[in-house]
Design a protein. Structure first.
Length: 221
């Protein structure tokens, strides 16, 4: 699998090195030749000078044969342009974009060619909420063009789901309990798994079904 990463900053290089170690064919593109010179002797990942916001540069770097594009620059506008070109001009199957400012998260969707957006600020916020919240639905990750979310809730003592089997909850069709963490042990659930107070319940859910899942697992919280 061939992966192109736009942006040779600390994020782009870290992703590139991790993927290369796992055997992927990786190329990192950076428009600042000074950055390329700085890192050329410090990494084994192939680096190329080019502006990923320009079709010609992407073409010369071989974007037509890329399976995954990662727009990892420190500028949200650039990442949106890169994503759009990757999808529309080169029909790259998978486009992943970095969101630097969480206020721009709403832009990173299918209309801009983004398949998956990754927002570090939002992820950090979710981790803080997940660590301190009981009885509240916390969004951990958004994907599938932003229409599906991975959410987590630690069941409160008065959760309406306590002592109920998952199959009895009448969860929406666009949702599924994918994991439960109980007493630091991971449980892969099925319809007969009984939920207990204190369980960390992880659910994959579509946007439109999230409020129903909240009502079933959180009640009035």
């Amino acid at each position: 699998m061939k992966v192109m990463i736009a942006g040779a900053g600390s994020v782009g290089l870290a992703i590139g090195e991790d993927l290369a170690q796992k055997g992927y064919d990786v190329l990192v593109m950076e428009r600042d030749s000074g950055v390329i010179e700085k890192h050329a002797t410090k990494t084994s990942v192939p680096l190329v000078v080019g502006d990923a916001c320009e079709v010609t540069s992407l073409q010369e770097a071989g974007a037509a044969s890329v399976d995954v594009m990662v727009a990892a620059t420190g500028d949200d506008e650039d990442n949106l342009v890169i994503s759009l070109l990757a999808k529309q001009e080169f029909a790259i199957p998978r486009v992943i974009a970095r969101v630097n400012n969480s206020k721009n998260q709403w832009l990173f969707n299918e209309s801009w060619g983004v398949d998956v957006s990754v927002s570090t600020p939002q992820q950090l916020t979710a981790l803080v909420e997940e660590a301190v919240s009981v009885g509240s639905l916390v969004r951990l990750l958004s994907f599938e063009h932003g229409n599906s979310n991975l959410v987590e809730v630690t069941l409160a003592a008065d959760s309406p789901a306590n002592d109920s089997m998952i199959g009895e909850l009448e969860l929406p069709a666009d949702s599924a309990v994918v994991a439960i963490i109980r007493n630091e042990r991971l449980i892969v659930p099925n319809g007969e798994t009984v939920l207990r107070s204190g369980d960390e319940v992880i659910v994959l859910v579509k946007d439109e079904a999230e409020s129903k899942v909240h009502d079933l697992l959180c009640g009035n919280h």
